[in-house]
Design a protein around this ligand. Sequence first.
Ligand code: UDP
Ligand code: MG
Length: 333
Amino acid sequence: MNALVENWHSEAQRESKIELSIVIPLYNEYEVITIMHERLSAVLASLDIPCQLVLVDDGSRDGTPNMMKRLAEADPAVKAVFLSRNFGKEAALTAGLDHAAGDAVIIMDADLQDPPELIPQMLRAWKGGADVVCMRRRSRAGESWFKRYSAHRFYRVLNAISEVDIPADTGDFRLLSRKAVDALSQLNERNRYMKGLFAWIGLPTTVIEYDRLPRAAGVTKWDYLSLFNLAFQGITSFSTTPLRLAMAAGLMTALFGVLFTLWIVVKALVLGDPVQGYPSLISMITILGGAQLLSIGLLGEYLGKTYYETKQRPVYLVREVVSRRNTVNKRES
Ligand code: UDP
Ligand code: MG
């Protein structure tokens, strides 16, 4: 550790009041954890304010927990929170926010796709009065054309149909004031689509644009199926428009069915053209059957969500917290 970092530690230890917490969820991030810690430490040292690094291990299966423990034992600014298993990024973020003590909390990914060098700029926006500082991706290097395009379309669709205004092209990289973090912890839902929750709380928001970098090391934890799931979660957590669309489609089909029946009756009675019509019959049955099953499935999705919410299970379970410094923590105190 260099002298600059050492100096920042003693500074931070003297003051028990933490001004800035950085929350980072980690799932199998063995390759990046050291370089992430180094780069963050350099930035935090230059800030000259008491900082805290909350690392949340989301049930990693590689060397991540060991590395985190070593960091937390060596560096008093690090608080390592270990979840009991892999709960998913959204739950890990929630755990991190609950364990953060700072007046301002910054959320970032472990892979350095969100450059730590932007932190001073985010702090300036916070000091300027913003409760939420969103980082909007101007570009996304190292990500496929399809991923960029689908992400872009998804945010447009979600915004068009959900009750809250979710800023397009912003990830989880953002700064939250203490007020915003406390507001967020009041939202007790189990299904945590964080981007939606961030938007739901409102509060004065500043948007800063940045260029998203490729991963520093390691591989992405999201395949297209899990991204699709996340997108579906986002839509069904923040909008009942799909249900209304299903209803509208049902209404249109019923209307068409009535007209079609009239036409059949006229054809049979007036034009004397009875029976026949096996093709039309079978196509109507399959189309209607498909539409019905789809709508029931959709309904089931919302019902399933309600089912999970009523269980009131905790969002995550902590196995262990390792930290050299005793920081006051809302939920623990
Ligand atoms: N992550 C997590 N739990 C998971 C999956 C991912 O905590 O189940 C973390 C991961 O370690 C990283 C962040 O979420 O810090 C973003 O993951 P990743 O970089 O793989 O996503 P991408 O940037 O490709 O969208
Ligand atoms: Mg990433």
